[in-house]
Design a protein around this ligand. Sequence first.
Ligand SMILES: Cc1cc2nc3c(=O)[nH]c(=O)nc-3n(C[C@H](O)[C@H](O)[C@H](O)COP(=O)(O)OP(=O)(O)OC[C@H]3O[C@@H](n4cnc5c(N)ncnc54)[C@H](O)[C@@H]3O)c2cc1C
Length: 435
Amino acid sequence: MKIALFWHRRDLRFHDNAGLAAALQSGLPVVPLFIYDSDILEALPSPRDARVTFIYDEVEKLAQQAGGIMLALYGKPAEVITRLIAEYEVAAVYTNEDYEPYATERDTAIAELLAQRGILFSQHKDQVIFAKNEVLTKSGTPHKNFSTYRNAWLERLRDEHLHPYPSAELFATHLAQLPAAPPGPTLAEMGFERYEQFVPVSELPAEEIVRNYHATRNFLGRVDSTTRRSVQLRFGTLSVRQLMAQARKLNPKLLAELIWRDFFMMLLWHFPFTATESYDPKLRRVPYRNNEEEFRRWCEGRTGYPLVDAGMRELNQTGYLHNRARIATAGFLVKHLLIDWRWGERYFADKLLDYDQAINVGNWQWMAGTGAVAAPWFRVYSPQSQQEQYDPELASAWQWIPEFGTCEYPKPMVDHKFARERAITTLRAARKQTE
Ligand SMILES: Cc1cc2nc3c(=O)[nH]c(=O)nc-3n(C[C@H](O)[C@H](O)[C@H](O)COP(=O)(O)OP(=O)(O)OC[C@H]3O[C@@H](n4cnc5c(N)ncnc54)[C@H](O)[C@@H]3O)c2cc1C
């Protein structure tokens, strides 16, 4: 029997799934597939990775919903797909697009492999509303200014862009009728331990949170000040169309934040080198101090600045961090300590449950002033004033720093005024050198 494989990657759901709907409408019986990519998993630094446990649990849930026919396999994607082609009569492989540099390279290789065997490889847009070249400037170049991008994005938006795809409805009747697939690998077989960190449900946030978002979003110390849906968007357990539709109806500020997500994915797709290199050539040769002991203090949350320390400890313990705390911790690393933004980007990549390369790199380069879109290089936020503005009662410090308020809590490791001057002088000199 000829079948179509639907390859899940960042879209761990059957409902409102663009690529899955296309597969189910193809006329071919569909077999869902998930590949535990050994290249990605082997590069993870710890066997206790909450993201792997989260993915594992979500794939298990999907496999149950699919009545046992879903394939969950471990290995290099090209090798796994080659094996499947030998085992099944695969007429087509459907999937959703992924815009990260590793993923685009992988998918180019898979497309070639399938084309050589006359098998259709059909990729669909699912994780963003507009991708790649869909929203460009009038002269046909990628936007490097968020406001003009957002305006063009909004101008292009039509109701149908946010309509759900009928994948769940088609699912019941268009799945392949095959014997149950062999069980997928266990966490232990893949070299991981079960390690759970809290992830809110994958449903839409409560309407009240969305309605109040513009007023509450900057305050730390409250779990309902933002939507807390970044992990679900990262792994696609929640459809971005659904969340965008809710935001469009209830709160334009939230819609704008979600547009940042499309924006950074578009930028990384156009400029893949920015995953590891500053976009701005003038800031590629900054003589960062890169002091390892200072980096360790930042990682452990022992800088002596409560906003920064509470943030780092919350990140280490929970895998989550409020946007304001991300701004404070990142800003402190790149400006106060003059440590290369890539060190911080990597640290967040290891720790964040919602780690998304395009968004993380985009925001780190923004903070460092090095990105295609960036805060002015000479802006150095004071951690003290940010504390007073966003968490005046020091709620996050009391929550995350057990020794806060005792003599064990360290004094600030660097004076703000001194660090600000040092950062501005160093960055100005680096810029002049390349002029
Ligand atoms: C240094 C730094 C690193 C970051 N790394 C990541 C990351 O790896 N993954 C990630 O999802 N977000 C990242 N962000 C963006 C943002 O902090 C998180 O998306 C947000 O805190 C997640 O919480 P939430 O879902 O409650 O957000 P909400 O405020 O409720 O926003 C809703 C959604 O909008 C999107 N969004 C919000 N802010 C941004 C932003 N600045 N850029 C792009 N999209 C945004 C996210 O998908 C988010 O889930 C980073 C921000 C900074 C400053």
